[in-house]
Ligand binder design. Structure first.
Ligand SMILES: [Zn+2]
Length: 250
């Protein structure tokens, strides 16, 4: 699956609650319509876990992800907290030990399993829609109203349509590739069978030819294996081959 990781410098984020600060930069700069249908993950980078860096990563994954668009947004971003240009992107974030942070649904809203104050506030700050699957805490009437608002905050219809079209196109291409793969497999199997049948026919013809040669040798008093004359004594004994001849020679 396509993916791109945006890397943040933990010290430049100002330490404590750095994850929340990284998300604010991420969400403030990247309109969700650019990553519809994509999954989000977050976490300290591998090198940070090893102790050689102090970096945090937010990664986007998706079959239809246009990673160049995401890259461009953050290439041109000068907000403090992003890692320096040379370390800002991880192009294969699948190998990082990141944890799930939800996905962007087809309406362009951030979907997470559970409501959290952190993402509620980040979405509100940054103009993202927020549609948690469950709310396990009692929300104040004010937060409840805000959440309803966030649930209704969808990206423009044109962006939804474009994302849907892209997903459909991708699905069509995948099906086409799968069909081609199956056809080729079928063809390969047919060729293999043909090859096996030809081999079988060749062996059978060989056996028949050999049987004919042996029958001819036998009737003319020759060794069935080497084709040389058997000699009077062996013929008298009713032998059809030399004792030492065990493999057929032309
Ligand atoms: Zn012989």
């Amino acid at each position: 699956m396509n993916g791109i990781g945006i890397v943040f410098n933990i010290d430049d984020l100002g330490g404590g609650f750095y994850g929340s600060k990284a998300w604010r930069i991420f969400m403030r700069n990247l309109p969700p319509e650019n990553i519809i249908g994509c999954m989000l993950k977050e976490g300290d980078t591998q090198q940070t876990l090893n102790g050689s860096q102090r970096e945090f990563c937010i990664a986007v994954f998706g079959l239809a992800l246009e990673d160049a668009v995401v890259r461009k947004v953050f290439e041109n971003c000068s907000e403090k907290g992003l890692a320096p240009a040379a370390r800002r992107f991880i192009s294969s974030p699948g190998s990082e030990l990141l944890v799930d942070a939800g996905f962007i649904d087809l309406l362009g809203r951030l979907v997470q399993d559970e409501w959290s104050r952190m993402f509620h506030d980040r979405c509100k700050d940054c103009g993202w829609g927020f549609a948690p699957k469950s709310v396990t805490v009692d929300l104040t009437p004010e937060l409840k109203a805000e959440l309803e608002n966030l649930r209704g905050k969808t990206v423009p219809l044109a962006a939804q349509e474009a994302a849907k079209k892209r997903a459909e196109e991708l699905e069509r291409k995948q099906k086409e590739a799968e069909r081609k793969r199956r056809e080729e497999e079928e063809k390969r199997r047919a060729e293999e069978q043909k090859r096996r049948q030809a081999e079988e026919a060749r062996r059978k013809a060989e056996d028949e030819r050999r049987a004919r040669v042996q029958a001819a040798r036998k009737s003319s008093g020759q060794c069935m294996m080497c084709g040389q004359s058997l000699g009077f004594v062996l013929r008298l004994l009713g032998k059809d081959r030399h004792g030492r001849c065990t493999s057929f020679k032309e």
